[in-house]
Write a protein that binds this ligand. Structure first.
Ligand code: KG4
Ligand code: ZN
Length: 375
């Protein structure tokens, strides 16, 4: 009999529930995004996030159970994100998960959101009948995190992805996360929120646009595997301020956004070659930094594979550059699909599975841990 775990995720601005069998097979995955709620503020507003989670949690869980073709009582265990994340947001999922587990007498498993992102990669690989070999270097790159881990099997179960993993943090951002830099740069260019998807498409449309500026590699003192993105964001800001020509376009785009015209084609028609060139240079700099440091870590640690997960892992240039570098350097590169890259609950259910099997259970005392660490 397979073990069907209901995963619940509410750490940031997505309310998500999913059912995953044996940590591998996704029976359902439902994600209610709050982007429309937070858009006009240009970022996630914690109080609004909690309120939306409260509104969404029950229907989202019901939908996940229905899509899996099951009854709630048939779930074998419940996995819920304990942290890191926003306290009010986390508490909604935790409280609901605890209540369900207690009422139904099912085991409760606490999951680290970051470990969920690692498992998203394994879920996707399993779909294709592959299994990343360990030790691996894993880059988790999202709106809240930019961090590099070494991932090893916890036991000697040959690291086939079914066991528990051991993590060692080997690098992290000193300031902004990469996704945060995308969001801030999009905001200052009048391109709306979230910034990643629109900048990704505009950068692709910029092919051939002349570069109005070039951003050099970021230097960080100390750990060479640490990242930094706030300097790049500031460099974009100064460039825009110091060069006439950007301002009128930005105002036009802000007006278009205020009218609800935020489709790619609508915004593209309001971007001159200079803006497209600037977006491309910004993305070149982010991608170069992420890829260079991750590949350096993989070489240094003689990793067997490289895993990339989190919202920014959906970026097309990042994916293409990793593939190309991986081929050259002889590393297998693994990404989740775009849907599994951003926050979802299938990854939480998958991460709960080895914990459940190992008997690492939570109880009614489970509380949110906003800065829960993976190491
Ligand atoms: O993992 P995620 O859904 O939530 C967090 O845990 O943060 O990631 C959201 C972040 C946002 O900053 C968004 O701008 C970025 O991922 N993002 C992208 C792309 N799609 C989403 N960044 C670059 N390129 C993309 N295609
Ligand atoms: Zn995340």
């Amino acid at each position: 009999m397979s073990m069907r775990i209901l995963g619940i995720e509410s750490s940031c601005d997505e309310t998500a529930a999913a059912v995953v069998a044996d940590g591998r097979e996704i029976l359902s995955s439902v994600v209610a995004s709050q982007i429309d709620v937070h858009r006009k503020y240009g970022g996630v507003v914690p109080e609004l996030a909690s309120r939306e989670h409260l509104r969404q949690i029950v229907p989202v869980v019901r939908e996940a159970i229905a899509q899996a073709g099951m009854q709630l009582a048939e779930v074998d265990a419940i996995g819920v994100t304990q942290g890191p994340g926003l306290v009010g947001a986390l508490l909604v999922g935790i409280t609901y998960g605890k209540t369900l587990a207690t009422a139904m007498g099912k085991p409760l498993v606490a999951v680290n959101h970051l470990e969920g992102h690692v498992h998203a990669v394994f879920l996707e690989a399993h779909k294709a009948g592959r299994s990343p070999r360990l030790p691996a270097v894993c880059l988790i790159v999202s709106g809240g995190h930019t961090v590099l881990y070494e991932v090893k099997p916890h036991d000697d179960a040959a690291g086939n992805g079914r066991g528990l993993f051991l993590y060692r943090k080997i690098g992290q951002t000193r300031d902004d996360a990469a996704g945060e830099a995308y969001d801030k740069v999009a905001k200052l260019l009048g391109l709306g929120y979230p910034g990643g998807p629109i900048l990704d498409k505009l950068a692709a449309a910029a092919d051939g646009a002349p570069a109005p500026v070039k951003f050099g590699p970021t230097k960080t003192r100390g750990n060479p595997l640490d990242f930094s993105f706030s300097g790049l964001k500031t460099a974009v800001l100064y460039h825009v301020r110091e060069h006439a020509g950007y301002g009128p376009e930005i105002r036009l785009r802000e007006e278009a956004l205020a009218r609800g015209e935020r489709k790619f084609e609508q915004l593209l028609s309001l971007c001159g070659p200079k803006t497209l060139g600037l977006v491309r240079q910004f993305q070149n700099a982010v991608v170069r930094d992420l890829v260079e440091r991750t590949m350096a870590a993989a070489e240094e640690l003689q990793a067997e594979s490289v895993l990339v997960s989190g919202g920014v892992a959906a970026n097309s240039q990042l994916r293409a550059t990793f593939e190309e570098r991986g081929k050259k350097a002889g590393f297998e590169i693994y990404f989740p699909s775009r849907a599994l890259s951003t926050d979802n609950a299938a990854m939480i259910a998958a991460a709960a599975y080895p914990r459940l099997r190992a008997g690492i259970l939570a109880d009614a005392r489970l509380n949110a841990d906003t800065s829960l660490s993976l190491t």
